[in-house]
Design a protein around this ligand. Structure first.
Ligand code: KMH
Ligand code: ZN
Length: 276
């Protein structure tokens, strides 16, 4: 098992509001400040959603442009755009900022219940997003919220819609989707094509236990306020950076080494896309 560990900070999401945790960053300036803190705490990448000043989710190009400029002006942290956006957005809204060429962007390979809503990703939608990612030489992070999404990802890989090596993020514990059971993570990791890399994002109280399991399994980790607003029971996190810090601390105890963005880029083969 490699000691190298990529920690991704999911700093805001589309659903987490300041009413749940006042430290959720909305504006580009707030996101950049949070990104710097996450980098100092050991994160190599942020996963980010656009927000309007009142917190309304948006994937618009101007907002993502401001985020990318603000973060890159202050940090070398890798920037991963969400293409999931919010459940009510159409696919074109979700991907309109990809020409800004973030370091990475997400790609969910299926439709799933998302609380009381539906996070819709039909096969044509997935192909549209994959094609836009490929057009701008952006490596996808394949987001797996349900087991069937793994099969679809493998099928798209076999068809050449996706190209190896792939990076997967297993999201466990969204209400209505796959539960955050450790054995489910074991099962899905066993299905990975060789050469893949993977991380885990546990939702709510499952975030840190699953992160710690991934550390022991040799996987990478995503934590942050998008997925969980608490540092411990009843104690709100001061920011995603505090969750990153906790994972980095545990990682060092277990002989894992949080890597800098440059090394993460190599591990994730991000430059491979740029030279195509
Ligand atoms: N907000 C969710 C509906 C992603 O970022 O790619 C979808 C999501 C996934 O957060
Ligand atoms: Zn997201």
């Amino acid at each position: 098992m490699s000691d190298a560990l990529i920690i991704t900070a999911a700093v805001n999401g589309a659903e987490t509001m300041r009413e749940q945790n006042p430290n959720v960053p909305y504006t580009a300036a707030e996101i950049a400040t949070e990104a710097v803190k996450c980098r100092e705490a050991g994160a190599a990448m942020i996963h980010v959603h656009g927000r309007k000043a009142d917190g309304t989710p948006t994937q618009d190009r101007e907002t993502f442009g401001q985020i990318l400029s603000a973060v890159r002006a202050q940090s070398d942290i890798l920037v991963q755009f969400s293409t999931g956006g919010a459940v009510w957005m159409d696919v074109e809204q979700r991907i309109e900022a990809l020409d800004l060429r973030p370091d990475m962007a997400t790609l969910t390979t299926g439709t799933v219940n998302f609380g009381d809503d539906v996070f819709k990703n039909t096969i044509p939608m997935i192909k549209t997003i994959a094609s836009r990612l490929s057009q701008f030489h952006i490596q996808p992070e394949i987001e797996i919220f349900e087991i069937g999404m793994m099969d679809t990802a493998l099928k798209l890989l076999a068809e050449g819609v996706l190209n190896a090596p792939l990076h997967f993020d297993f999201v466990l514990g969204v209400p209505g989707a796959i539960a955050a059971r450790p054995e489910y993570l074991d099962f899905m990791v066993a299905l990975l094509p060789s050469g893949s890399t993977w991380s885990v994002a546990g939702i709510g109280r499952h975030e840190l236990p699953l992160a710690y399991k991934a550390l022991e399994m040799g996987g990478h980790v995503r934590v942050g306020l998008e997925d969980n607003v608490y540092l411990s029971k009843g104690v709100l996190a001061q920011g995603s950076w505090e969750l990153v810090e906790k994972v980095a601390e545990r990682a060092r105890e277990l002989g894992r080494r949080p890597v800098a963005p440059d090394e993460a880029k190599t591990i994730l083969s991000l430059d491979r896309m740029k030279s195509n």
